[in-house]
Design a protein around this ligand. Structure first.
Ligand code: 5CA
Ligand code: ZN
Length: 433
């Protein structure tokens, strides 16, 4: 499906360092991508299930990956970015049913709205935005690989993945990893997040559906597994590997996707590509904290949502919304508040005044370059956006203090200095001043 319009990205002098990121599996902070001789940096970000508008939690998570992509580009790396849209799945069908709407109309409307939100927030679009429905042939081919390796079984027409066929199951979140989930927690999370651990007849309660047989009133497609629709984890495994190959740099999503979603997609891929040499699926797993409202995780099922489109429709500056997101480290769990948004608005106004003063030459020599270096250093260190914001705050404070001088400093010797921080804020933070 169509992606969205790419924002302009100013060229900055020189390059920033290669970004480093915390890997959920090991807890280690390390280079987010393998060396440049291995080709472009590659990232697969799990996308929306389009049954409601983009809320601030989604926006915060996608903005984190946007910072990573901007840091890679600034480091001189080419980037291949893939994102999916889960445009057929239980929650979407349930919402369409509840509202008496055709599920396709609901998905199309929300995907259109999502694209608009992404453009307003100046997020770099993926090279390919891929819907589950359009990817059905790709998913079927991937599932055939699983079948060829004897890892699928039938239960009353539904096709399940036998996790016992993957000896490395748990590599992301099982015992010995940082999340260190034991079986009881895995069972609980599986039940909470779309699984069916209690269904009788399964080989293992954690086994997941790869192909769900047609149910009355549900959409379905023909396949070698019969009429039906794809499971959720195989959707992302198939889309990611069809574009990025069996090994890529970063698998990204919110923390709620660690288990079962990312564990299962990785497990599917290990089995599907058994025999392919070396490591499989993502080299690094990046997860963003959960944004809450009123003491609970913001979620479509709980209904405690702040929509990006509504904020913007109510006249909020999208750049203030973006700054409100960037005020929190991406791995933090935090609460959306009106106060946070108004502080972001104040910061934006301060930065805008400082940027015009700098353009008028009211900046002490060298401060812009030092600010750029600090921003690059902070962002390359596990996307420390609050640290980068603090560097720009300090620059703005110095410039706005200069304005009160009776005898302002002479215009910068280097004319580029006058708009350097404005360009850096744009290129690295995605905030247009
Ligand atoms: N379609 C699947 C992924 S394949 C899905 O999880 N869709 S979603 O619409 O529920 O979420 C889209 C992205 O936003 C995911 O990365 C998810 O982890 C993240 N997300 C959802 N709720 C929040 C929240 N409250 N705070 C931060 N991120 C969130
Ligand atoms: Zn996914």
């Amino acid at each position: 499906m169509d992606s969205w319009r790419r924002p302009s990205i100013p060229q900055l002098p020189g390059h920033g360092p290669e970004p480093r990121l915390r890997d959920t599996a090991t807890g280690a902070i390390r280079a987010a991508a393998s060396g440049p001789d291995q080709g472009p940096a590659t990232i697969y970000a799990c996308g929306i299930t389009p049954y409601d508008a983009t809320h601030i939690g989604h926006a915060a998570t996608f903005t984190a990956w946007d910072l990573l992509i901007r840091a890679w580009l600034d480091a001189g790396r080419a980037v291949t970015y893939i994102q999916n849209v889960t445009d057929v799945d239980d929650p979407l069908l349930e919402r369409a049913q509840r509202d008496g709407e055709d599920w396709r109309d609901l998905a199309d409307r929300e995907i259109r709205r999502f694209r608009g939100d992404m453009v307003a927030l100046r997020l770099i679009p993926p090279a390919h935005l891929i819907g589950a429905v359009e990817a059905i042939p790709v998913i079927e081919r991937f599932a055939e690989r699983l079948a060829d390796r004897g890892s699928l079984y039938d239960l009353d027409g539904d096709v399940y993945f036998a996790r016992e066929t993957d000896p490395a199951f748990g590599e992301l979140s099982g015992p010995g990893t940082m999340p260190d989930l034991g079986l009881p927690q895995m069972l609980e999370l599986s039940a909470e997040r779309g699984g069916d651990p209690d269904r009788t007849g399964k080989k293992d309660p954690l086994d997941v559906i790869v192909w769900r047989a047609e149910r009355p009133g549900e959409p379905s497609w023909d396949s070698r597994f019969g009429r039906g629709r794809p499971g959720w984890h195989v959707e992302c495994a198939a889309i990611a590997t069809s574009h990025l190959g069996p090994v890529f740099d970063v698998q990204a999503g919110g923390f709620d996707l660690v288990f079962p979603h990312h564990e299962m997609s990785a497990s599917h891929t290990r089995v599907a590509f058994a025999g392919h040499p070396g490591h499989k699926f993502a080299r690094l797993y990046a997860h963003a904290g959960m944004v809450g409202l009123g003491g609970e995780k913001m979620s479509k099922s709980l209904g405690n949502l702040v929509f990006v489109s509504r904020l913007i429709g109510d006249g909020e500056d999208p750049m203030a919304v973006r700054l409100a997101l960037l005020a929190h480290h991406y791995r933090e769990d935090w609460e959306w508040t009106a106060g946070g948004l108004s502080e972001a608005g104040d910061r934006l106004a301060r930065w805008r005044s400082a940027a015009s003063a700098a353009q008028d030459g009211l900046a002490p020599h060298g401060t812009a370059r030092a600010t750029l270096a600090q921003m690059r250093e902070r962002l390359a260190d596990d996307l420390d956006a609050p640290g980068a914001l603090a560097a720009v705050d300090q620059w703005a404070t110095e410039i706005l203090a200069e304005r009160t001088w009776d005898d302002p400093p002479s215009p910068p010797a280097d004319r580029a200095e006058g708009h350097l921080v404005r360009d850096a804020v744009d290129a690295l933070l995605g905030v247009a001043l």
